[in-house]
Design a protein around this ligand. Structure first.
Ligand code: SF4
Ligand code: SF4
Length: 112
């Protein structure tokens, strides 16, 4: 199994998750982070750290799509281990539905 980042990270990107991961397996896109499924050791430390509740274990039903998204973009985006400021409007986007379909950017973030 692995943990995966899901819809509510899009345009929130608080980044509280990156600093607690013992194996540094978060990768940064322009407006979302993902977890590398082959690097995650399933420790679960990041899940309660995410203020947007966007991190889930892939053992929960219905997360196959997110496993695919996390695997694909972890290979394309730069590694991120140090937290930066969240976007100014992160709170406004927290909890909005279907952000991935409408707002996801496949562009890489800046990384560490
Ligand atoms: S803490 Fe949650 S919302 Fe913030 S970057 Fe990490 S997964 Fe995304
Ligand atoms: S479950 Fe552990 S290893 Fe996996 S991303 Fe979260 S903190 Fe990192």
């Amino acid at each position: 199994m692995t943990y995966v980042v899901t819809d509510n990270c899009v345009r929130c990107k608080y980044m509280d998750c990156v600093e607690v991961c013992p194996v540094d397996c978060f990768y940064e896109g322009e407006n979302m982070l993902v977890i590398h499924p082959d690097e995650c050791i399933d420790c679960g430390v990041c899940e309660p750290e995410c203020p947007a509740e966007a991190i889930k274990p892939d053992t929960e039903p219905g997360l196959e799509k997110w496993l695919t998204v996390n695997a694909e973009y972890a290979d394309k985006w730069p590694n991120i281990t140090v937290k930066r400021e969240a976007p100014d409007d992160a709170k406004e986007w927290d909890g909005k539905p279907n952000k991935f379909e409408q707002y996801f950017s496949a562009e890489p973030g800046q990384g560490d």
